[in-house]
Design a protein around this ligand. Structure first.
Ligand code: AVJ
Length: 322
């Protein structure tokens, strides 16, 4: 018996798994990589030598912290520093420390879907940079952007680091930037990281490490389905496969079925057939160039006021205003 009644799904995750695995070609959303194990695996990815993004952005923030502080506090007004998908805040702390040292008046409002991640972040800031006023906000990007839009107590600066925008297709990225634009006022700023087009091999290596961390990260979505929905995916019967198209700048991750097989998912009352070498598309990680970021900004009604880059132009941070 197949479950086709949407009202019987107990979560959006269940509904999206059902839809993604009963359509052709099959797909699952990378937003479901992140549970406690997925968060840990992503930490491990950020520490890999192949995953240049984190080191590049860290270097940019460190090199440019003075310029960034000047731009954020130009008017001298106190501001709220919102951060979407704050995670462990390792890179942001470079800025926080510098702002505190220079007596810049601001509060830090990290936003994350995970209350656990927020608690850890708040505790570590309390310990390491106690002078920072932290006000955490738990929620999805969409909900919290609405809250940011409604909060007009202070000048707003929104951080969105890590090239997290790269998980969105261009049309979705434009919509996301429009939502950000709608949540700020003239004079407010958006500070974002965009990974850049580069040697295709460097990109493939970053998403296809030999140690298998990225593979485990990609497969964690199957582990979650097994645990949370009573699935019986055999992880060894799927392989991680990465492709990068240097023309479009899109890196895509797949899970490929190594043989013909059936998989059952109990809570969905679903049995799924995989042909040998059939794919599940799980993630895109878009790479950009200045023209593309300018185009996105224009489509969203934003203007780029500043671009910061590492020496090799592997990665860039852009400041946008309304
Ligand atoms: C967290 C979305 C920026 O796409 O580079 C890392 C996630 N996926 N390795 C990225 C990820 C595989 C990462 N983002």
């Amino acid at each position: 018996m197949q479950n086709t009644n949407i009202s019987t799904f107990t979560s959006v995750f269940e509904q999206e798994v059902y839809e993604g695995l009963t359509t052709y070609p099959k797909h699952l959303s990378s937003k479901y990589f992140y549970d406690e194990i997925g968060d840990k695996l992503f930490q491990d990815i950020m520490a890999m030598p192949e995953y240049y993004l984190t080191d590049c952005e860290f270097a940019i923030l460190d090199k440019e912290k003075e310029n960034i502080a000047t731009l954020f506090s130009k008017s001298g007004e106190p501001f709220s520093l919102y951060e979407l998908g704050a995670g462990d805040g390792k890179k942001t702390k470079v800025l926080l420390r510098h702002f505190v040292k220079n007596n810049i008046s601001f509060d830090y409002r990290p936003i994350d879907i995970s209350q656990n991640a927020l608690n850890q972040l708040e505790n570590s800031i309390r310990k390491e940079i106690p002078k920072v006023e932290v006000n955490t906000i738990q929620g999805t990007y969409v909900d919290t952007l609405r809250d940011i839009g409604n909060a007009n107590d202070r000048k707003k600066i929104i951080l969105f680091l890590g090239s997290n925008i790269g998980n969105l297709k261009h049309a979705q990225a434009v919509q996301f930037l429009r939502d950000m634009r709608d949540s700020i006022n003239p004079g407010d700023l958006i500070f974002m990281g965009f990974d850049q087009k580069k040697h295709p091999q460097a990109i493939l290596d970053a998403y296809n490490d030999k140690t298998g961390i990225t593979e485990a990260f990609n497969k964690n979505i199957l582990t979650r389905i097994n645990k949370e929905m009573g699935g019986n995916f055999d992880l060894d019967l799927f392989m991680h496969w990465e492709v990068y198209d240097p023309e479009t700048g899109t890196a895509k991750s797949y899970l490929v079925s190594k043989e013909e097989q059936m998989v059952q998912i109990e809570s969905l009352k679903l049995e799924i057939r995989f042909n040998a070498w059939e794919t599940i598309h799980t993630e895109i990680s878009q790479k950009y160039d200045d023209d593309t970021v300018e185009w996105l900004a224009k489509e969203a009604g934003l203007t780029i006021t500043e671009v910061f880059s590492d020496k090799e132009q592997q990665y860039k941070n852009y400041i946008f205003k309304k």
